[in-house]
Design a protein around this ligand. Structure first.
Ligand SMILES: C[S@@+](CC[C@H](N)C(=O)[O-])C[C@H]1O[C@@H](n2cnc3c(N)ncnc32)[C@H](O)[C@@H]1O
Length: 183
């Protein structure tokens, strides 16, 4: 389901830059770049970053690198990111620990512009009752972020992109209410 939802988003927003936190073996980055090529998005680039970066895949359309999501700005300077072509799609598929998701959201808040898109993966661990294991998980920090209590200023920063969450029925996705659009 979410593969189809992703394809829908890529087709609609045609991002020039995708930044993914959490590479594993690199499969999602390969897929994202291939989708963008298939959809004819010229010169799109996928940056896939991980605490254990992929080192055995090379391709002009994607770059793998290091990032510890506890402090993303240590690996990615906001000034470097400002130079990347827009529109930007950011995906957090790294650590679901509450404090890590918060660090990623604060970073996203700093570097995204209105019209950019954000996907937070793995959110259903709260619904599964696993939040203690994951320091609260992402649910509470996402609630605060969506309410607008961020480092930069008060007021909502993102809105839920319901058109994507609800393609197969209300929140029939593994990322319920976690497809977001920057205001
Ligand atoms: C679910 S996997 C990513 C899967 C990948 N996006 C895919 O679909 O093929 C999660 C990844 O997050 C990385 N990770 C875990 N903790 C991290 C941290 N603190 N900082 C950065 N990456 C982290 C792990 O090394 C792992 O590769």
């Amino acid at each position: 389901m979410d593969t189809a939802i992703y394809a829908d988003i890529l087709w609609e927003i045609r991002p020039k830059t995708v930044i993914e936190f959490g590479s594993n073996r690199g499969a999602s980055a390969l897929w994202l770049a291939d989708q963008l090529t298939t959809f004819g998005v010229a010169n799109a680039h996928v940056w896939s970053l991980d605490i254990n970066p992929v080192t055995d895949l090379a391709d002009p359309g994607r770059t793998f690198g290091f990032c510890e999501v506890a402090n993303p700005a240590a690996s990615l300077g906001p000034e470097d990111l400002q130079a990347l072509p827009k529109r930007l799609l950011m995906i957090d598929d790294a650590s679901p620990l509450g404090r890590h998701v918060l660090a990623v959201l604060q970073f996203i808040d700093l570097i995204t512009d209105p019209g950019d898109y954000v996907i937070i993966e793995d959110d259903i661990l709260n619904q599964l009752g696993w939040e203690e294991e994951y320091q609260g998980g992402p649910l509470e920090v996402l609630r605060v972020f969506l309410a607008g209590d961020t480092a930069r200023e008060a007021g909502p920063r993102c809105q839920i992109y319901h058109a994507c969450c609800d393609i197969f029925g209300r929140n029939v996705t593994l990322n319920p209410e976690r497809y977001l659009r920057r205001l």
